[in-house]
Every structure is written in C-alpha cells, then in structure tokens.
Design a binder for this molecule. Structure first.
Ligand code: LLP
Length: 506
C-alpha cells in the first residue's frame, strides 16, 4: 500500500507518499505482513519486560521482494550476474540467511569477523568478497587460507597479499579496487571515489600494482608455473545513497578499460567487474536544515542533484531500480564479463523499522518534544549524516489535531534526535498516569531503519543492544536477537575485579 506520511522541512511541512509494500494500516493499526505491531509490541513487553522496547522489526517478505528485484534485473546476464550482499548494512545472521535463501549468491565483507559471519550464514569461501582499505595481516591470512576473493586497495595491500600468499604457499584470488575519481551527489561522508578519498587505487598507480602482482610467481620444483595472485578483475564502489544511475555508466566504462589492461598484462581470463553497491532508497537525501556537517557544502550538493524534486528542500527522490541500474551499465561491459553488484541499503533498509514507545511529551521554549525510548544508540544516522527517518504511530490517535514535535531519545546528547520538526497528531498525555504504554498513540515506528542502524548501534550511556524480531507471517515472528541485559554489558569488564555483589550480576 501507499503510506502517506508527514514530515517537516525547515520551511514547512511536507506530505510524502512512499511505497512500502508489506507495511499496511488496518483498522488504524500498523501491520507488518499481516501481523499487528500493537500485538507484537505487547508480546515483546510480556516476554522481556523493560527490555521489550525499543525493538527492530524486520519483514522476511520485504527482504525477499528486495532480492527478487535485483535477481530479475540481473537475469539477462544468466550465470554471469552475481548479487553480493554487503553485510555491513545489517549483519544479523538471520537477516543474512534470509537474503541468502531468497537468492543472494555472495557476501561482501569488510572485516575478518564479517568473513566468519558470512561463512556461518552458509556462504562458501568462494562466494565471499573481502574488501577494505586497511586489512590486517590476520584477516588477509584467513581470507587467503580459505579461498576468499580479496579486493586489493593500495600498493601496500598488494605487497602484503603477495607476501602472505608466498608464506602460505597459496594462490590468492583478487580484484583491483580502483578509484577512477567519480563524484556523486550524496552526503560527503558517503562519497568514496574522490581524488582524495581513502579508498581504492588511483588510476596512476594501477600499473605499479600490476607489476607487483605479475612479478609474484608460483614455483613448483624450482620451476615457475604461473602467477601467484590470480587477478580476476576490478572493483569500483563510488559511494552510497546514490540517486543517479548515470554515475554507474562512468564506473562501467572505467572498469571495462582496466579489465582489458589486466587481460593484456598476464591474466587473459580476468572477467569480473564488480560495480559496488550504493543505490539510494526513498529517504536517503539528508535534510539540509539540520546541517550536521558544519556547513561542508551540503546545500550546494543538493541543489545540483538532478533527481531532487523542485518543491522540497528535503528528500523526495525516486530511487533508481536495480533494473534501471543494470540496463544503464550493460551496454558498456565487455560481452563475457561477470558482473557483481554488492548492495546493502537497497536490500534491507525498507524491510526494517524501529518500534519505540513514548516516554513523555515536554515543551521547552517554542519547541515541543516527544521523548521516546529509541535513541541515537539505535539510529545514529540523523546525527551523523543529517539523515531523515520518518516517524509514524503504530496506532494513531486519529482524532487529535497535528502539531509540530521534535522526536528525541533519552541519550544525554543534544544530537540525540530521531526526527526534528515533525508534524504528528498530538499523542495522549496524562499527568496522573506514569505509564502511557497501554494507551493507543503511545508507540511509534521509525521507518527505513533496516540498514545501517542495528549494525551501527552502540552501548553509549550503557544502553543495551535492543531486541530484534523478524516477522515471518501474519501470525508469526521470531526473535532474531535477544536484548542485552545489564549482565551482558558488564561481563567483559571482569566483574570479579570490582566491587559488586555477585547476586546482582547473576
Ligand atoms: N560495497 C562497498 C565496497 C561498500 O563500501 C559499501 C558501503 C557497499 C558495497 C554497500 O553500499 P550500499 O548499497 O549499502 O549503499 N553508514 C552509512 C553507509 C556507509 C556505506 C559504506 N559502504 C549510512 O548509514 O548511510
């Protein structure tokens, strides 16, 4: 169904319409794949008490739909089109497994632990890509030993890979991660291929890296047999939350050119082109009114964004579809190329919400605040990128007039806001009741929090990691991460060395 949601800009209130299939209001209450979130909320409260809220709620149905869009888009390539999920967007193994079961064929990882998690989720070593500008030796060793595909990010990375492969006597499989200098309109923190970005090999250094790799040979009985490093192709990831597929055309051209060069430099069978991830979803564009980046050019970036709607200072973009992306790049790829796409956000963001309960409403100066129990510890994106995550009631107090609120969390930071200047019907308040949680209109969902929220969450203020559930049908859900307790938090501090009664830590 179409969700009609209100949100605020610095000038006025906008109503936007976003298609989130799988989420639906029935009789005034939000349902996920047919399951009432009000019912889910109460069941989590019963099961976990105060640890039952806030909660991440994911829809298995939406995860599957999102995978299908990519699979359909890659279909013209047959077996040469690969979908690799970027684990960093959400590394909950149940989410990862759901995506794998739905047809994701590979996993893109950025740490040794993500490699281990991908293996645990059933990916074979040959289906795992290990990327990173600062891989540590133990991580490279593990990747080489297990036969994971590595992205070489720099001259030092190439030397390290050669040295480790020699020491282990193992041939490593690799791609070159290139930085072809392609700017994209997104938040400055999400751009990865500027001339002075820390990622990838600048084009002028490609030759040097190829020389390092081609001088490393395998020896068998003192006879040189072949290249120690099996260079399979190239990788380029230009950034995240990208709304312009034309940028990927530039990427495809640069990748194809370097692939030909690699083929002519001793790896004739190199055929892989990994175009990274990066597609935006409907709410990716930062709200310029927050200017959380200390004036680093957000406003001018956005004013040049061709896809930004002209009547809004914030986010209404039509995100490009996977089909549009593949359609745009295909003509620029060599005929027999293997194409890898490695999205994160566009696979998981819309499949998840944070369900949160109201703690109270207060007024300071001209502002009214709705204080909820979710915070920047679960959703750091508004504070870090000025990102907009919209907020709706689980069950709306529909008869109330809308008013303007800042939705904020309980963390002891002024930057702990979820959504500023948001128009919502006034929630129920009562000075006589200290617990509002039983009343309709006292809980909310925070949208598109399936990506980069749980995986970026923290224990700041000693807040625990919160419960996560996956809705699997109209009647059922499963807990896919139990909430952390105080004991979980304190355990690693070796409680025996400080003074607490042992009973309180049981
Ligand atoms: N491939 C590589 C090499 C990446 O570095 C990334 C994300 C992806 C793929 C997946 O990109 P996606 O499709 O999710 O845009 N924390 C930020 C996003 C950082 C993305 C980092 N790299 C946020 O909350 O927006």
């Amino acid at each position: 169904m179409w969700l009609v949601m209100s949100f605020a800009t610095h000038t006025d209130v906008k109503i936007i319409h976003i298609w989130f299939s799988g989420w639906e209001y029935k009789r005034g209450t939000l349902h996920c794949n047919g399951l009432s979130l009000e019912e889910l909320r109460l069941r989590l409260r019963q099961k976990y008490g105060h640890l039952g809220s806030p909660a991440f709620v994911y829809s298995s149905g939406i995860l599957r739909e999102n995978v299908k869009k990519y699979k359909d888009a890659l279909q013209p390539l047959g077996g040469r089109g690969k979908l690799s999920y970027s684990l960093k967007a959400n590394s909950n193994p149940h989410v990862v497994k759901e995506l794998r079961d739905a047809g994701v064929t590979a996993a893109t990882t950025v740490s040794g632990n993500e490699i281990l998690m991908a293996l645990k989720c059933g990916f074979l070593p040959g289906e795992i890509i290990f990327n990173g500008n600062g891989k540590q030796s133990w991580e490279v060793e593990m990747a080489v030993n297990r036969g994971v595909l590595l992205n070489i990010d720099s001259v030092f990375d190439a030397h390290r890979l050669v040295n480790i492969s020699k020491r282990l006597g193992s041939r490593a499989k690799a791609l070159l991660r290139l930085n072809p200098v392609i700017n994209v309109q997104t938040h400055p923190y999400l751009v990865t291929a500027l001339a002075d970005s820390k990622f990838g090999i600048e084009m002028e250094q490609v030759e040097e890296v190829i020389k390092i790799l081609s001088s490393a040979k395998m020896h068998c009985n003192k006879v040189t047999t072949s290249n120690l490093i099996e260079l399979r192709g190239v990788h380029i990831h230009i950034g995240s939350a990208i709304s312009d597929v034309d940028a990927y055309v530039e990427v495809a051209k640069a990748a194809s050119k370097t692939l030909r060069h690699i083929q002519n430099s001793g790896w004739p069978g190199a055929s892989t082109i990994n175009l990274g991830g990066g597609l935006c979803i409907a709410q990716d564009i930062p709200d310029v009114s927050k200017d959380m980046c200390n004036g680093r050019g957000l406003e001018s970036d956005l004013s040049e964004n061709p896809k930004k709607s002209s009547d809004s200072s914030t986010a209404t973009v039509n995100p490009p579809t996977p089909k549009e992306l593949v359609g745009a790049v295909l003509p620029y790829l060599p005929e027999q190329a293997v194409l890898i796409l490695e999205p994160g956000r566009s696979l998981v963001a819309t499949a998840g919400v944070v369900m949160t309960e109201m703690i109270g409403v207060k007024r300071n100066g001209d502002k009214e605040f709705i204080v909820v129990d979710a915070a920047m510890t679960e959703i750091i994106r508004p504070a870090l990128y000025g990102a907009v995550h919209q907020v709706s009631y689980v069950t709306g107090p529909l008869m109330q007039e809308p008013a303007e609120f800042d939705i904020v969390g309980p963390v002891c930071e002024s930057g702990d806001f979820i959504l500023q200047r948001c128009q919502l019907p006034r929630p129920p308040t009562s000075s006589s009741s200290s617990d509002l949680t039983e009343r309709p209109g006292s809980s909310f969902v925070i949208w598109t929090t399936g990506a980069y929220c749980s995986s970026m969450s923290s224990n700041y203020n000693l807040r625990p990691h919160v419960v996560e559930v996956m809705v699997t049908s109209s009647k059922d859900f499963k807990v896919i991460r139990s909430p952390q307790s105080f004991d979980d938090l304190v355990m690693k501090y070796k409680p025996q060395y400080f003074s607490v009664s042992s009973s309180s830590l049981k």
